[in-house]
Design a protein around this ligand. Structure first.
Ligand code: IMO
Ligand code: MG
Length: 430
């Protein structure tokens, strides 16, 4: 049997997974998404073109690659259709390169309304959700009310849809959310228009090949390896992230097993991807956040604005305590460092190597990461040169290689790939 190699974000999302999956996809004939949904925004840049993928795996641009939307994904037919039409317009033969897992749950328009209603009701404790209906859809999955891709062929699909919709509307009204009038409701038109768009999109989805993901994946593994593409990051994991400021899925490595229907011993390499600094979009604790000019500078050089919502991302220094925690939970075998070129003009670069919690120094992420944490930093001399001009490892400046060696020894995992720019080609393999 071959293995499933998994690529995961180790921070709060937006680490650059899209670029790396696209780069690594060359080595695989199958790429699978296993969790999350259109809350993800995976950006790819090649041949002077740029794309943002939401639900579709980042292997879609490679000829001869089959992309799988796994069972653990939450799937919005409207968002999917829109994403497909953009790819079709760009000449990507999407129907030949994509299959859908029948057990993936469907996001209804009312899931998005419920997301908005929950956020409006939360007042102070808002999650800062992308409002794509992710949390409510996973809630229905766990509470056993959900609809799945395999259900769309059921002659009773419409009746099942209406039953679930009416349940949602009752919940939305209980939350006192004016779903028909509310201007922040995440619908593009009236509710009736949205329902029509939903059923049109469901017809569109029927044109795609659907599979029993668990059989499909295990059959493929008889002969070929698979690359599993995570969305979000370990610090947004529903169990191990900064709960409750998390997304509603298992973003860590075990999510690949449950989301695709494979056993843990089938997991091969675990590629953990991180940025040379930290960002977070939405609310929740962020120990190394910089609310000063340094943070603003990072945002500007790193173009740290959300690919899905356009929101400015919160920026801060690299947090090795949180990164080590993610490496442990995910069983990371290979690290991939992104965007160190954004630190090119810093005289001094800081990395957080421990936390002070209630005056006590610790190397562990505490249970309640919203208790005040004072990061303890180790400082490095900046390399002060343009890393994007470097294409070979031997040309990297000493200050930079010292910084990399420090991280490898702290984390106990080798950094195998260093990305020095958004393009496919700006990648050093070590
Ligand atoms: P990619 O795959 C960064 C964040 C949201 C919010 C929280 C919950 O591009 O890295 P949700 O919409 O899931 O209910 O939002 O999680 N979030 C992300 N942040 N990158 C993402 O995906 C994210 N997906 C969700 O901002 O704080
Ligand atoms: Mg993103």
């Amino acid at each position: 049997m071959k293995k499933i190699d998994v690529i995961l974000g180790l921070q709060w999302g937006d680490e650059g997974k899209g670029k790396i999956v696209d780069v690594l996809a060359e080595r695989y004939t199958k790429v699978a998404r296993f969790q999350g949904g259109p809350n993800a925004g995976h950006s790819l840049h090649f041949d002077g073109k740029s794309f943002v993928l939401r639900s579709i795996p980042s292997g879609i641009f490679r000829d001869g690659t089959t992309n799988i939307i796994g069972n653990g994904v939450v799937f919005d037919p409207i968002a999917f259709r829109k994403e497909c039409l953009e790819l079709i317009a760009a000449g990507v033969p999407i129907k030949e390169r994509l299959v859908l897992g029948r057990k993936a749950h469907i996001i209804l328009p009312t899931h998005r309304l419920l997301d908005a209603a929950n956020e409006a009701a939360a007042k102070k404790g808002k999650i800062g959700s992308t409002l794509k209906g992710i949390g409510p859809c996973y809630t229905d999955k766990i509470s056993r009310h959900g609809l799945r891709i395999g259900d769309i062929l059921d002659p009773d699909f419409k009746a099942k849809y209406e039953k679930l919709r009416d349940r949602h509307i009752a919940d939305i009204e209980r939350l006192d959310y004016d779903w028909k009038q509310n201007p922040v409701a995440p619908l593009s038109g009236s509710f009736e228009d949205e329902e029509k768009a939903f059923f049109d999109a469901v017809e569109f989805v029927k044109e795609f090949k659907t599979v029993n993901c668990e059989y499909y994946i295990n059959d493929v593994l008889q002969k070929e390896s698979i690359l599993a593409e995570g969305a979000q990051g370990t610090m947004l994991d529903v169990d191990y992230g900064s709960y409750p400021f998390v997304t509603s899925s298992t973003t860590s490595c075990s999510g690949a097993c449950s989301g695709l229907g494979v056993a843990p011993q089938q997991i091969g390499s675990v590629y953990g991807i991180f940025k040379a600094y930290c960002t977070r979009v939405g609310s929740g604790p962020f120990p190394t956040e910089l609310l000063d000019e340094t943070g603003e500078h990072l945002r500007a050089v790193g173009h740290e604005f959300g690919a899905v919502t356009g929101r400015p991302r919160r920026c801060g220094w690299l947090d090795l305590v949180a990164l080590k925690y993610a490496c442990i939970i995910d069983g990371v075998t290979d690290l991939i460092m992104m965007k160190s070129d954004c630190l090119d003009d810093f005289e001094t670069i800081k990395v957080c190597t421990s936390y002070k919690v209630n005056g006590v120094e610790t190397n562990e992420v505490p249970f309640d990461i919203s208790t005040p944490i004072k990061p303890v930093y180790t400082e490095f001399k900046g390399w002060n040169c343009d890393l994007t001009q470097i294409s070979e490892e031997k040309d990297l400046p000493k200050e930079f290689t010292d910084y990399v060696a420090f991280m490898e020894s702290y984390l106990g995992v080798p950094i195998k790939i260093i990305s020095l720019g958004p393009d496919r080609k700006a990648t050093i393999f070590r």
